[in-house]
Ligand binder design. Structure first.
Ligand code: PLP
Length: 466
């Protein structure tokens, strides 16, 4: 393994000069801030000095432009499941781009990779007789699923069924539907009302959902949406029997069930899809991220027979929805090549086989005095820091993350209270040990700094909320 966190002369690309603030000779104000606006960041705190700029990746490791290698504990934002540096994916995309980068899939148009990918996803999916609607990313796929659910009820003569119920701690992307359906209030603040007719229930209670359905009236409810395991909200696995209970309740109340598998789909839980692990079949299954391992952006919705019916049968009806890059030929090719890698190396079974070791190693952190609890499922993990400590040191998670960077590990905060773990499926036992040892050292260092750090440290951004 490379010496993580140390300068590697081979890969060093040099750092951009940090220009001090002040007046330039042409009269223009200069600053040490560039033009790029980071997502989920307070840009007043991001400068060319504290920006972490990644230039290369191999397997589970990435290199920054100053020549330091890091273990990427999160596979980017939960997407690089096959690992970085897959030449086969890059070559397949290059071939496709030379042939045809993209062609519209609206109306009667299509391209070969979009057709092939849809067949392939349909074969992998646990939904019988399904159809696949392709989008550009997870947020668009959530908007698509929500619109499809409401439109379905409209087409079958129940237009009053509009409300979509989501859960606390849920994250469904940042388009208007996803922002409104999520359970992280801070992400929806300051925009006014985005999408009306949404409701929210606790993440872990079938009874609470039953009560809410009764309160709203099932005749007004279009769908319930949930992640099989809550991801960005803190990695919360469902209680035993939760999903089978929810599926039954939805069936009894004639409410569609939407599984948001943007994180859990394509192997993250040791099955192709999370719903298979928890024993339920949704009406609509939303995917993105792992379908391409992030080599190109792509998402979509797998649509079961019930919802397709009014659109595909009889006289049908046009679903007036789609994106310029729905079924983008190069992105679909990246997905096909990524699925070849996952299948060829049996990486989904590898996740299932490795999970017990992963759980054992990561759970060893639970005994650290700064840790409240460790949550895991498949190759996911969250290390929740002590509530008591966080009350007096609100910047503690960011401090631990900065310490981890010094240890050569990249990760980020979940809701400002937990540390995010979701490495590539190719992570080795040795790398997992290194990850947990680094996290443990980072926690020790934070503990030693306890007295000085009780003053909230300056933060390089504000990514607490996704
Ligand atoms: N749904 C879930 C569960 C997610 O975790 C995410 C992104 O993290 C999304 C939807 C949105 O996907 P994207 O960021 O590709 O739009």
């Amino acid at each position: 393994m490379r010496r993580l966190g140390r300068t590697n002369e081979r890969g060093a690309t040099g750092q951009r000069d940090a220009t001090p603030s002040g007046a330039h000779e042409d009269g223009k104000e200069t600053s040490n801030q560039g033009s790029f606006w980071h997502g989920f960041a307070n840009m007043a705190n991001v400068t060319s000095e504290n920006e972490v700029v990644i230039v290369r990746g191999v397997g589970c490791e990435v290199l920054d432009r100053e020549g330091r290698w890091y273990l990427d504990a999160t596979a980017g934002l939960w997407y690089c499941n096959a690992g970085y540096g897959r030449q086969a994916i890059a070559e397949a995309v290059e071939r496709q781009m030379r042939e045809l980068p993209a062609y519209s899939t609206f109306g009667m148009y299509a391209n070969e990779p979009a057709l092939e990918l849809s067949e392939r996803i349909s074969q992998l999916s646990p939904l019988a007789d399904d159809k696949v609607f392709l989008t550009c990313n997870g947020s668009d796929a959530i908007d698509t699923a929500a619109k499809m659910a409401r439109r379905y009820w409209n087409e079958v003569g129940k237009p009053e069924k509009q409300i979509i119920i989501g859960r606390e701690f849920a994250y469904h992307g940042m388009d208007a539907f996803g922002t409104s359906l999520a359970g992280i209030s801070a992400n929806a603040e300051g925009y006014g009302q985005l999408v009306p007719n949404v409701a929210r229930v606790p993440y872990d209670s079938v009874e609470a959902l039953a009560d809410e359905l009764e309160r709203l009236g099932p005749e007004n409810v279009a769908a319930f949406i949930g992640e099989p395991v809550i991801g960005a909200g803190g990695v919360y696995p469902p209680p035993d029997g939760y999903w089978t209970g929810v599926a039954e309740l939805c069936r009894e109340n004639d409410v569609l069930l939407i599984a948001d598998e943007v994180v859990t789909g394509f192997g993250r839980l040791g099955r192709w899809f999370g719903c298979e692990r928890y024993g339920f079949v949704p009406d609509l299954l939303v995917f993105a991220k792992g379908v391409t391992s992030g080599y190109l952006p792509l998402g979509g919705v797998i649509v079961g027979p019930r919802v397709q019916e009014p659109f595909w049968s009889g006289d049908g009806v046009a679903f007036k929805h789609g994106y310029t890059y729905s079924g983008h030929a190069a992105a679909c090719t990246a997905a096909l090549a990524n699925l070849d890698v996952l299948e060829g190396e049996d990486l989904v079974s590898r996740v299932a086989a490795f999970e017990p070791e992963w759980v054992e190693i990561v759970s060893s952190l639970a005994s650290h005095p700064l840790v409240q609890e460790v949550r895991t499922a498949g190759l996911l993990g969250a290390v929740e820091l002590s509530q008591e400590e966080l009350e007096t040191r609100p910047g503690l998670v960011e401090e631990v993350i900065a310490n981890m960077r010094e240890e050569g590990i990249l990760t980020r905060s979940l809701l400002g209270t937990a540390i995010h773990l979701s490495p590539a499926f190719v992570i080795s036992r040795e790398q997992t040990d290194a990850l947990v040892a680094g996290l443990s050292h980072a926690l020790d260092a934070a503990r030693e700094d306890e007295d000085t750090a009780r003053v909230t440290p300056e933060r390089g951004g504000d990514d607490r909320l996704e």
